[in-house]
Write a protein that binds this ligand. Sequence first.
Ligand SMILES: Nc1nc2c(ncn2[C@@H]2O[C@H](COP(=O)(O)OP(=O)(O)OP(=O)(O)O)[C@@H](O)[C@H]2O)c(=O)[nH]1
Ligand SMILES: [Mg+2]
Length: 473
Amino acid sequence: MAVTTILSWDLEERLQILLGNVSLRLLYKSDVHQPAMKKILEKCAHQGSTLTIFYTEYCIWGALKLGHYPDNYGNNQEPNSSFIFLIDSPRVKISHDFLIGTPKVTKDSLNFHFSDVEILSVNTDKKTCSSCDLLSKKFGISHLYYAYYDVCEVFQVEGIKDDVRYISKITKIRRATQHRERLLKNLRDYKSYENLVSEVRILLLGPVGSGKSSFFNSVKSIFQGHMTRQAQVGSDITSITKQYRIYSVRDGKEGKSLPFTLCDTMGLADKEGEGMCMDDIAHILKGNMPDRYQFNPDKPITPKHLNYISTPELKDRIQCVAFVLDINSIHRLSSKMVENFKQIQKEALHWGIALVALLTKVYDCSEVLQDDLLNMNTSVTSQRQIKEVQKILNIPIFNILLVENYYSTWKEDPLKDILILSALRQMLRAADDALEDLPLEETEGKSGRQCNAGGKTWKSIFHSFLDETAYID
Ligand SMILES: Nc1nc2c(ncn2[C@@H]2O[C@H](COP(=O)(O)OP(=O)(O)OP(=O)(O)O)[C@@H](O)[C@H]2O)c(=O)[nH]1
Ligand SMILES: [Mg+2]
């Protein structure tokens, strides 16, 4: 009978990615085969690289061993041939800094050393794992330094050809994972300039099918830790999105709302009457448009609409517009579409709203990011498109952002996440610049700002603008 792992399906998939797109084949399982060390060696020696996993009540310890498992007791040390990781659900923490030697095997134990210090010791008779202070601190699990395990499993790891290159590959994955974590923290902790708004509003505008709804779904999926498809996506000649949606994003299922909202719109079309009505845009920018407004390509919203927000506050207004464009069809942008963008750009500039371009459908995320993961590569194929966008829209290069959305399946990819989260962070930075630049009158009363503009409040100024521009049927 085939022996099956108790590793959950999604965890197995995440591990395979984190360990460099390897595949795993179960060689040994303690509750099926004998739990003795002798049996582990018998099953696992001469099988190439292996992954040994111990399932305790609180966490899962794992050790990846490059090269063959030791085939006898005692010392046969190969330096830098193993590393330890910890799965403290839902997180997988890999300690690549602890590149350690071959585990030392005795009749009833498996001991991992870093220099001369024993950092993880497993007793196969007593079924215990104990980690040293150094390792426990590294993983932030001081309460788990000693634990009983229920099951031990050893997998053969397939897909590692060259150990040295493999170590450098997973070191890169680790750096990407750490950078991703920093970006997530950065976004969670973000506060708008002088706390003027608790949630910065980012408006996604762009041609039909450019990936606006998928960008929202991607951001949400990253914070939820699994694929979400709250916004409907798909391909059609006309826009799939028919309603104006103001989406908040939670940090995890039960988590608090993050400090931004993404506003999804109907796509813009070349032909009149097919896409979002251009006259709707001013109402959206100013914060008059209610959530779930049903777009009508033939006519814009009017102040007579039941839910029209006639006295919007600063928090209702858009702080950053992102032009969402498919990177592969920039050269096919019609002159009508470019004209539309220029019109929106003028309006946004007039109202002190930041503007960025978001290029979607990037083919290779690893090509876009430099080795330091912080900057975009200057020698990538996408440079041509970036320059084109810069020329057409006159947007500075640092505000031209590249992403690949999660659009069909969820296969966690730290590089993809880095691009999406960096894009979001840049939108918030651009929004901050715009908020800082707002006249005091418009921010009076928020965060203790004072207005002394001749006794006029931002509201009175803003409302006089509304009076001037309100669309009357
Ligand atoms: N390859 C690839 N496909 C994408 C990406 N983003 C979106 N798509 C696909 O492009 C199509 C359109 O995506 P949507 O997110 O619906 O685009 P949209 O801009 O919201 O479209 P409308 O609402 O119709 O205006 C869908 O089939 C997506 O699966 C991406 O980054 N890469
Ligand atoms: Mg859409």
